[in-house]
Design a protein around this ligand. Structure first.
Ligand code: FDA
Length: 299
């Protein structure tokens, strides 16, 4: 990343919320379920499937966690009504992980049972490393209880990830986005890439269903190699990308016959997610400059 971009990334927490909201609008469907439905319908029409995330990691009490779970039930019902090809992604902190483990389990299991009744899938996102053990334990617990429509996420930047792989049936592999210490995570860009490939190969070798979540051209190329060398059937893997990132590359993967799922976040708790996406945009400085220039010109 260029020097100016890195400087702006550091300054982002100081940028006023309305500016962050405007800059990040391409990454978020909007505040309501109607917005998510509209975006998923558009994606489905282009041959892409979706996984919908109700934004809510900033919740502070049990009622809010239950409300987020309620929004997942509403979303699942709407997918059926509108006949959309969509699953859901949940963050355990939004379902109450930091408040009460039992509350979180109850919320998650109810969403998983509801989704199963509708023939739909639930992906549990992975958050910072303080949540990894609890997230994997809940995934294993629910799988052990017979819920086969649940999957988890592993982060290639964590040093532990290769050891976490054995026995995991359905995994999204991604680089990882949270700020972690060098004791637990690789910091070097190439080391994270290398770990991603090694983990992907291990997942494929043990027969896990893999969701390959990246926009990194090098990793897309490596994933295509791994998938082809292992002669993976099309129903054993998929590519995944975030809403608003590299949609043209996603179109190419679809045209080449690969399943491509887009992560579609919606909701009113948009701030934390937006800042993470902006911090990842390699052209953030130009992006901010264009926004500021736009405001000045409009005036
Ligand atoms: P990298 O960040 O190197 O980006 C590669 C290229 O993609 C960039 O050079 C640029 O061209 C483009 N790009 C990437 N981000 C962009 C942006 N915001 N704006 C514009 N262009 C951008 N993480 C996590 O810790 N837990 C999780 O559960 C998930 N879940 C998840 C689901 C899905 C579907 C995806 C795609 C990603 C996640 N992630 C995640 C995030 C993931 O860990 C990672 O931070 C991002 O995918 C960025 O990493 P890339 O592999 O895309 O590489």
């Amino acid at each position: 990343m260029a020097l100016l971009d890195r400087a702006i990334v550091k300054l982002l927490p100081a940028v006023p919320r309305p500016v962050v909201q405007r800059l990040s609008s391409r990454y978020i469907a909007g505040p309501t379920l109607d917005d998510a439905v509209r975006v998923v319908r558009r994606l489905n029409a282009k041959g892409k499937v979706a996984t919908v995330d109700v934004l809510g990691e900033e919740i502070t009490n049990a009622d809010e966690a239950r409300a987020i779970a309620g929004q997942y039930h509403d979303a699942l019902a709407r997918f059926d009504e509108e006949q959309l090809d969509a699953t859901v992604s949940v963050k355990l902190t939004a379902l109450g992980l930091e408040l009460d483990l039992d509350l979180c389990r109850e919320n998650l299991e109810a969403v998983v049972v509801d989704a199963a009744a509708r023939g739909r899938f639930v992906r549990v996102d992975m958050e910072d490393s303080s949540t990894t053990d609890r997230t994997l334990a809940l995934y294993r617990e629910l799988r052990g209880a017979g819920h086969t429509n649940i999957g988890v996420v592993l982060q290639a930047y964590l040093r532990r990830t290769l050891r976490d792989i054995p026995g995991l049936e359905n995994v999204r592999i991604c680089k990882g986005i949270y700020i972690e210490s060098p004791e637990v995570a690789f910091r070097d860009y190439d080391a994270v890439r290398e770990s991603f490939v090694v983990c992907l190969e291990a997942l494929v070798a043990q027969g896990s269903y893999v969701a390959i979540a990246t926009h990194d051209e090098y990793l897309i190329g490596e994933a295509l190699r791994v998938v082809s060398e292992a002669r993976l059937a099309p129903d054993r893997y998929e590519f995944q990308m975030l809403l608003g990132v590299r949609p043209d590359r996603a179109d190419e993967l679809v045209a080449a016959g690969h399943k491509l799922r887009v992560y579609v976040p919606y909701g009113t708790h948009w701030y934390e997610y937006s800042v993470r996406r902006l911090q990842e945009n390699p052209k953030i400085a130009g992006y901010v400059a264009r926004d500021v220039a736009g405001v000045v010109l409009r005036r």
